[in-house]
Design a protein around this ligand. Structure first.
Ligand code: VGL
Ligand code: ZN
Length: 235
């Protein structure tokens, strides 16, 4: 009110709206939407449910119409995968151990290749999506990131794919904010992409403060945190 009055007094009334409105972000033909792990395993009824996981589906369906390029990922583990607590005698889910490549959180058995649990959520409506990248299929190595496995040296091929198609900017959505979404966004930065995370199109596991830690790390590395309402939807 005070601002508007002084702006009007200065003859700036016409400028006051744009000064206050959040800048809208318009995806271009060099942008890609990455939809991470929106699978049955990560929603209620699945083997590793993320609280509110299914809530991302309508948000992703909606923002997807602003994108010409869409990539999905699927967590796609072997039976007896090294990230499963059940593969390590005496270990319980949500504890951590050291593996050859570093620290590994141990999870319940989840997203096993070819199971209904590993299928994409049935309400995802992304008919124009162009690539589904599967990850975590090496039995001894996890892969939160869509770009690189947890050994930090085995690429999935996604960076090459996106670069070959001239993509410069990625918008990351899906599950879970603090694991596969964050690692994907961080690796996108490492690979030279501009990276956004659309926060309300994600849900978190939040294990021992992992969510706050992930946002902090993403902020440090130049990942931009936005909301779906920040995306310009007009064609
Ligand atoms: C994920 C834990 C284990 C994820 C995948 O998609 O964030 N989290 N596997
Ligand atoms: Zn997994």
């Amino acid at each position: 009110r005070i601002f508007l009055q002084s702006a009007a007094a200065l003859g700036l009334a016409g400028l006051s709206a744009p000064l206050f409105a959040a800048a809208r972000i318009k995806p271009s033909d060099k942008s890609a939407l990455i939809v991470v792990d929106v699978q049955n395993c990560f929603v209620d009824g699945g083997t590793l449910p993320v609280k509110g996981g299914a809530d991302v589906v309508p948000v992703i369906n909606k923002v997807s119409t602003a994108f010409e390029n869409i990539v999905l990922t699927q967590d796609w583990h072997t039976q007896g995968h090294a990230s499963f607590a059940s593969a390590h005698p005496g270990q319980k889910p949500f504890s951590s151990i050291k593996l050859g490549y570093g620290n590994q959180v141990l999870w319940p058995d989840h997203c096993v290749q070819g199971t209904d649990d590993a299928a994409l959520h049935k309400d995802l409506k992304l008919p124009s999506a162009q690539l589904i990248i599967r990850k975590g299929y090496h039995k001894g190595v996890d892969s939160y990131s869509a770009f690189e496995e947890a050994d930090r040296k085995t690429p999935t091929g996604l960076a090459g794919y996106l670069k070959a198609r001239g993509i410069k900017t990625v918008f990351v959505t899906g599950l879970a904010t603090d694991f596969c979404v964050a690692w994907t966004a961080l690796d996108a930065r490492k690979a030279g992409f501009e990276a956004y995370v659309i926060e309300d199109a994600t849900r978190a596991i939040d294990l021992n403060g992992s969510l706050a830690k992930a946002w902090k790390e993403m902020q440090t590395k130049g990942v931009k945190r936005i909301q779906s309402s920040d995306i310009e939807m007009s064609a």
